[in-house]
Design a protein around this ligand. Structure first.
Ligand code: GLN
Length: 519
């Protein structure tokens, strides 16, 4: 039951094969069995059961709200949820309970969806590993599945691999089948990165298509609410519900008139797939590079035209992202001063001392480091050299995409991450800040240009861990992008983690069976 698609669940509800309450209990149970993953910061058990019961009553009365009525979902802990704690995985907000829900969350509530809980992340969404949150790191569910354990001889409890980040909790929640869908946020790659590492579909929609109202900002000009699902067609259903104008976010635009439902038999015959040559970046693993070529060949065999394209400025994306991110962070984090929101230090010698100690106690060193860098970039004597220059580079990066798409390319195919997931012990051994920044090399360019991008799992690596690739499309072609993602999905047959489980239980090194793996 936990393995079905959204559409299948809603049919099962209608046919009375399972009830929303029963399903909600199954998910809550599965969350408990998977506690070792640390995917959730808050499990909203009482609320979930109440919402499931309401959905059930509607179904019995024949006035269902539609395909999402009674469907359980999870939300990254940087989206405000009314009366449910929203911490941003930070000591600063550890006791913060918002009085309202983010627009995207409210839209899911309005459809009758059932909130299971809030997912773990890097503090204030700064990171690429979900290793830097105040409530501990997220473990990748594939660490406990037989392909990894058997192929590498790993002992999961000490050799577990990272989930990627910063929306690692959302990706782990969906990958471990505790939830059908989860919301993440994507500023430089934070949803596509963990999506690829955890073997699930992660869509970062076009900037402006989904409202950011109630999403606690990291970089307002890059942030987008993003969607984690098990399939491209599920992502399309959610996109259809979440997109559209919101008077509470002036950067939103009206939803396109056509439905987001994906065509069953999408044909790639007239498709032109671009391969950006600059994405053969330093640090790209041989295996991921080989998978990238395999997929390019698959498109060619399927009748698509595959062409090399050039995005010359994308190599500056990570540096440019760093300057713009820190600058916006410096201004965004100013609101956390101990007076309005969250933690307040006991130190009351003076107002200045109270501010300083509140921020020292409340933020981790990644957040403090970015505030410091951002203020430096924004100093009067540095402003032109850093902030203004980075804005110009950002425009050049966006122009490269425009050029590629106007030359006839429909979609770009790129890696999503440098390699499969690193062991936590390796990722955190040295300076994981640098490592984390390098991870954004394939994902950040789409954020700078505001373009839609999706990561799709395509295979298991030699180590038995997911590898995902990324598709990037022109603005507002989100649906087409998902159609191409579905085309890939139908051909690669990526396994579900449940293929490696013996019974209904969660994957653990003790109760799994090797079931072929690499397909
Ligand atoms: N890794 C990037 C960062 O640390 C991206 C984060 C994100 O997309 N939220 O800023």
């Amino acid at each position: 039951m936990l393995n079905l698609t959204l559409r299948e669940v809603s049919i099962a509800f209608r046919e009375g094969k399972i009830s929303p309450t029963e399903l909600c209990r199954k998910c809550l149970n599965r969350i408990k069995q998977n506690q070792h993953l640390n995917a959730y910061i808050t499990v909203a058990e009482d609320l979930a059961l109440k919402q499931a019961h309401e959905a059930e009553t509607r179904l019995l009365r024949g006035n269902s709200k539609g395909p999402l009525d009674g469907i359980p979902f999870a939300v990254k802990d940087n989206f405000c949820t009314r009366n449910v704690k929203t911490t941003c995985a930070s000591r600063m907000l550890k006791d913060y309970t918002p009085p309202y829900s983010a627009t995207v969350v409210q839209k899911l509530f309005d459809q009758g969806a059932v909130l299971l809980g809030k997912t773990n992340m890097d503090e204030f969404a700064m990171g690429s590993g979900s290793t830097d949150g105040a409530f501990g790191p997220v473990r990748n569910p594939w660490s406990y599945a037989s392909p990894y354990c058997e192929r590498t001889g790993a002992v999961p409890d000490s050799d577990w691999v990272i989930s990627g980040g910063s929306s690692g909790g959302s990706a782990a929640a969906v990958a471990s089948l505790t939830s059908y869908l989860a919301l993440g946020s994507d500023t430089g790659g934070s949803t596509r990165n963990p999506g690829a590492l955890c073997g699930v579909v992660a869509l970062k929609p076009t900037y402006g298509l989904l409202s950011r109202h109630g999403l606690i900002p990291l970089v307002n000009s890059f942030d987008v609410p993003a969607v984690v699902t098990r399939s491209a067609s599920d992502a399309a259903i959610i996109l259809g519900i979440l997109q559209g104008l919101d008077t509470k976010d002036s950067t939103t635009v009206p939803a396109p008139a056509s439905s987001t439902e994906l065509p069953e038999n999408f044909d790639v015959k007239n498709l032109c797939v671009g391969i950006p040559k600059e994405f053969h970046a330093p640090g790209l693993s041989e295996e991921t590079a080989a998978e990238w070529s395999r997929l390019a060949d698959m498109f060619e065999k399927g009748g698509a035209r595959v062409e090399q394209v050039s995005l010359p400025h994308s190599r500056y994306a990570v540096a440019c992202y760093h300057v713009l991110c820190c600058a916006e962070v410096a201004s965004n984090m100013a609101r956390f001063d101990g007076l309005q929101y969250g933690h307040r230090s006991e130190v009351d010698r003076s107002t200045d001392a109270m501010y300083a100690t509140t921020r020292h106690e409340g933020f981790n060193d990644v957040v403090r480091g970015r505030i410091l860098s951002g203020n430096y970039f924004l100093l009067k004597q540095n402003y032109e050299d850093y902030f203004v220059k980075a804005q110009k580079v950002r425009r050049l990066i966006a122009d490269d995409f425009t050029r590629a798409f106007s030359s006839g390319v429909d979609v770009l195919l790129t890696p999503a991450t440098l390699s499969d997931a690193a062991r936590y012990a390796d990722f955190t051994r040295e300076d994981n800040r640098t490592r984390s920044a390098q991870e954004d090399v394939f994902t950040a360019p789409a954020n700078m240009a505001g373009l839609p991008a999706v990561s799709v799992p395509t295979t298991l690596s030699r180590r038995g861990l997911p590898i995902g690739l990324q598709l990037i499309g022109p603005a507002f072609r989100d649906k087409k992008l998902l159609s191409v993602a579905q085309w890939i999905e139908q051909r690669v047959g990526f396994p579900s983690i449940s293929d490696f489980e013996e019974s209904d239980g969660p994957s653990s090194s003790y109760n799994i069976r090797f079931a072929g793996g690499h397909r």
